[in-house]
Design a protein around this ligand. Structure first.
Ligand SMILES: Cc1cc2nc3c(=O)[nH]c(=O)nc-3n(C[C@H](O)[C@H](O)[C@H](O)COP(=O)(O)O)c2cc1C
Length: 500
């Protein structure tokens, strides 16, 4: 009796299921037919006009390709901005797992532009190696800053990055003894978690330190710099990914908290001006630097992407007139290959000098003008592995910053979604559901390990070259492969100039 009842219900369920499937099928046919008619008769898209319905798959595949090409199709050394070999190196350094490879390198060592280092026949013994010596920035400031770590976290704003990402960076930075730059979005409480050294950036919109009409609010800046963690102030003139354009934060990312910290309306696109309203020439730049340094007592410098260095020469001449103490305490030179939360492709790809041209040009101008000792040089632009950083130190940088290296350490999978609030790893999204994926306690350890392992490996390069610490590397220690497949020493490519 019971089994007859069960069979009855089974038949009813199968009939209902079949009817449902038929309904779905009918609906699908209607959708396809309507789409076919719409596609065929629309005038805007020629692919869909010629290939109605199936033409849509092209967009789907294009979208999926962004995610899957790195896993399925691209070779280890092929992708941009960072190829799989580079990303894997960072991931492994961050996870603090074995970073050795087997059999041989997949890097073509004869490729144009490839740098390599010149090992010494008799390198220093392990016990002769020394820790990097602290470099003092801002000797004339009331609170000079001495800092040893040559690899630090580049400017990325709270807004471009999520709160958990900032927290993980801040805690990791504190543990690794490196600084973290706030980027142009103001100082958030998350930057202060863990107690790392902070470089406070003033962007062109002066977010966090602005008056209602966009000028510098001295009181707000003083309040921020009263915090002992804030060690230096950086005036952002520009960044490599968008020279001549201000920051851009899409409205979807402007939450109430971010709006309050920046001093802007909630939910609206936030576009900062393409330059500081009050800095239109070298003299005004010097005025701003000296005003902020006198006000805060902190070392003050600026960040720029270079189109040339003549204006740096003019700046040095102005310093010579005003006196050495008036000089910027540091210059952060950002290569045009630099990253961003959001920028137009045209500016990203077509404007500004890449780091391998900008860094030696800047350093040489400072040497020529006798300012090299006074002005410390920080550089950034795709320096995410030990040999990128060792190259920059060999050219002569005092410090190297990285933004995207640290994003990879946080778990970034290079899905190129930073401008869309849809970052799948929770790093560049303000969507709490996606932020859930980023566990601060775990990722801060990765930040710490990435920084310390990278600096350790730069130390290995330095010791192999026969010097005691990485900042002793110079242009004789690195060679770069030319278009004939043969390498030339950096010192031949960029000979040290004479001071005038
Ligand atoms: C998500 C993101 C946000 C950024 N925000 C800022 C910013 O607020 N201010 C700034 O000066 N640079 C900003 N940058 C540029 C970086 O600080 C850095 O100069 C550039 O990306 C080069 O370093 P990298 O090649 O290691 O990423 C940002 C970069 C990224 C990827």
């Amino acid at each position: 009796m019971e089994s007859t009842g069960f069979a009855h219900w089974l038949v009813v369920a199968i009939e209902a299921g079949t009817a449902f499937l038929l309904l779905l099928l009918a609906l699908a046919v209607v959708v396809v037919l309507v789409t076919w008619v719409v596609d065929r008769n629309q005038t805007a898209n020629s692919v869909l006009r010629n290939f109605p319905v199936i033409g849509h798959f092209r967009y789907w595949f294009l979208h999926l390709g962004e995610f899957f090409r790195q896993y399925l199709y691209s070779s280890d050394r092929e992708e941009m901005p960072f190829n799989r070999a580079e990303r894997t190196w960072v991931y492994r350094a961050a996870k603090n797992v074995d970073n050795t490879n087997a059999f041989g390198s997949s890097r073509d060592l004869r490729g144009e532009g490839v740098p390599f280092f010149v090992n010494a026949p008799f390198p220093a013994l392990g016990e002769e190696h020394v820790e990097p010596v602290p470099v003092t920035i801002g000797p004339y400031a009331r609170e000079p800053y001495s800092h040893a770590s040559f690899f630090n976290i580049s400017a990325m704003s709270f807004g471009a990055l999520s709160a958990p990402a900032i927290r993980a960076l801040a805690r990791g930075a504190a543990k690794a003894g490196i600084w973290m730059d706030t980027g142009e979005g103001g100082l958030a409480p998350y930057h202060l978690e863990g107690g790392c050294d902070i470089v406070f950036e003033i962007g062109t919109a002066k977010y966090g330190v602005r008056t209602p009409d966009g000028k510098l609010d001295d009181e707000k800046l003083l309040a921020i710099c009263a915090n002992k963690q804030v060690k230096m102030v950086s005036i952002k003139l520009g960044q490599g990914a968008k020279p001549g354009m201000g920051g851009l934060l899409p409205g979807a990312k402007v939450t109430a908290e971010i709006a309050a910290i920046r001093g802007i309306p909630v939910g609206q696109d936030s576009q900062s001006p393409n330059r500081h309203l009050d800095i239109g020439n070298v003299q005004q730049l010097m005025d701003a630097i000296n005003h902020i340094r006198n006000l805060t007592g902190k070392p003050v410098g600026f960040k720029a992407v270079l189109g040339g260095v003549e204006w740096i020469g003019d700046l040095c001449d102005e310093i010579a007139t005003r006196g050495l103490q008036s000089a910027p305490d540091f210059i952060i030179v950002d290569g045009s290959e630099g990253g961003t939360g959001a920028a137009p492709q045209t500016l990203m790809e077509g404007v500004g000098l890449p780091l391998h041209e900008a860094l030696p040009a800047l350093l040489d101008m400072l040497i020529v003008k006798g300012m090299r000792e006074r002005i410390k040089v920080v550089c950034s632009g795709k320096c995410i592995t030990a040999y990128d950083v060792a190259w920059a130190l060999s050219i002569g940088a005092d410090f190297v910053n990285s933004a995207r290296g640290f994003m990879l350490a946080l778990g970034c999978i290079q899905s190129l979604q930073c401008n869309r609030n849809t970052c799948p790893t929770g790093i560049t999204t303000q969507n709490p559901k996606l932020q859930r994926g980023l566990v601060v306690a775990d990722k801060s350890e990765r930040v710490y390990h990435y920084a310390t392992n990278l600096m350790h490996e730069v130390g290995i390069i330095a010791h192999s070259c026969g010097v005691d610490e990485p900042r002793q590397l110079d242009r004789t220690h690195c060679r770069v492969v030319g278009d004939d497949g043969l390498s030339v020493p950096l010192v031949k490519l960029y000979p040290y100039p004479q001071a005038t």
